[in-house]
Design a protein around this ligand. Structure first.
Ligand code: PXP
Length: 237
């Protein structure tokens, strides 16, 4: 099970003062040293945290995979094709949200995704679609020839007790269906040191993308240790 570390919130702290500290690319190196398998950055349309130069700065220094999270905005797509990271994860984006609230509506964007997919594939960029654990969306992800889906685990993370068990079942069924359709399966959003092990135990899931919990823990133990601890938590320890 691979871990992609989302370092957006390192940039959030930097943007609070508009200076250069803390540096996202130094954070990426710390996460790599802690055992991260990839680094994720979300270049939002409003540039509220990650800036254009962060994407290329991080890309230059890491030897693990760069995953660029992005919306379908034409300007952002243009940047992504130019930067050509190993992976992109396509997400819906609203200006007023605090974080990505729901999955991408693949059905509603089917035409556009079918047109964009060869552009990414021509540059050998793996395309992941961030979607809710819904059969309809997974089937649409297959139709547009995505490589991967990232299952939105927010509803699972926000629930508890019987509701959380129901959400977990939905994710498990979604992961199975996606695998049957030939899609690779990742998951993420709202995962933390307590709730990650059950998601990591789903055999079809290949990679988790985690940001807020790791950056929060890093304030107390450092980023390298926070990443190492998350990898242990994923193994159920
Ligand atoms: N995956 C996607 C597609 C996301 O949008 C986010 C949030 O930026 C994450 C994973 C990580 O979520 P969190 O910060 O809650 O771990």
């Amino acid at each position: 099970m691979k871990l992609g570390v989302n370092i957006d919130h390192i940039a959030t702290v930097r943007q609070a003062r508009g200076g250069v500290e803390p540096s996202p690319f130094l954070a990426a190196l710390q996460a790599q040293a802690g055992g991260a398998d990839g680094i994720t950055v979300h270049l939002r349309e409003d540039r509220r945290h990650i800036q254009d130069h962060d994407v290329t700065d991080v890309q230059k220094v890491i030897r693990i995979t760069l995953n660029l999270e992005m919306s379908l905005n034409p300007g952002i797509v243009k940047i992504a094709l130019k930067v050509s990271p190993e992976k992109v994860c396509l997400v819906p984006e609203k200006r007023r949200e605090l974080t990505t609230e729901g999955g991408l509506d693949v059905c509603a964007n089917e035409k556009l995704l079918k047109r964009l997919m060869p552009e990414f594939h021509r540059r050998k960029i793996e395309v992941s679609l961030f979607i809710d654990p819904s059969k309809k969306q997974i089937r649409a992800a297959g139709r547009v020839h995505a490589d991967t889906i990232e299952i939105h685990t927010g509803a699972y993370a926000n629930a508890s007790g019987a509701r959380q068990r129901r959400e977990w079942m939905r994710i498990k069924r979604a992961a199975k269906l996606a695998t049957q359709l030939g899609l690779q399966v990742n998951a993420g959003h709202g995962l933390n040191y307590e709730n990650v092990d059950k998601i990591a135990a789903i055999p079809e899931i290949r990679e988790l993308n985690i940001g807020h919990a790791i950056v929060s823990r890093a304030l107390f133990v450092g980023l390298k240790t926070a990443v190492r601890e998350m990898k242990q938590a994923m193994r159920g320890r």
